[in-house]
Design a protein around this ligand. Structure first.
Ligand code: SF4
Length: 160
């Protein structure tokens, strides 16, 4: 029988430790895999207005919302951003549902979050995951992106 090592997560670590105090495994476990951060955003250089599209990074498997080459994503997609503890204040574009944003803003982890709910079933029922609702940028031209805008973001979003 083969076994897979499961990283140790401290009990309800998201309530007991700050983002800075979490282990790397706990930090990674906060990601619910919704895929919303992989949606392509557009910004008007004049007005600063930002829009979100239903087009996602070419590495995403759009049926699962998971990265198809997570280990090599930075070499294959240089513009892919790694969320890090010391730069969270820069990530105002993260969705309100994102665990990193919620904890940074001193909000509780949502009840549907897999860490609290025990699986991703409730997250999927809530429509948090983009799985099955997005298009790969591999199949969309730059000229078509405007037709894929699904929401306008605030010009100067408050992140706190
Ligand atoms: S938006 Fe947040 S929770 Fe969702 S995939 Fe991105 S980092 Fe993970």
């Amino acid at each position: 029988m083969s076994t897979v090592a499961v990283p140790e997560l401290r009990e309800r670590f998201w309530e007991r430790y700050s983002l800075e105090e979490m282990t790397d495994a706990e930090w990674e476990a906060l990601c619910d895999g919704c895929g919303q951060c992989c949606q392509i955003k557009l910004e008007d250089p004049d007005s600063g207005e930002r829009a979100i599209t239903d087009v996602v990074c070419r590495l995403m498997d759009t049926t699962t919302a998971r990265c198809s080459d997570y280990d090599n994503r930075f070499s294959r997609v240089p513009e892919c951003l790694q969320l890090s503890r010391d730069k969270l204040e820069e990530y105002s574009w993260l969705p309100n549902s994102c665990a990193y944003r919620r904890l940074y803003e001193h909000r509780a982890l949502a009840g549907w979050h897999p860490l609290r709910a025990g699986s991703d079933r409730r997250m999927r029922e809530k429509g948090i995951s983009v799985a099955g609702r997005v298009y790969s940028e591999a199949n969309v031209t730059d000229a078509q992106l405007d037709d894929h805008i699904i929401a306008i973001l605030p010009i100067a979003p408050s992140f706190r």
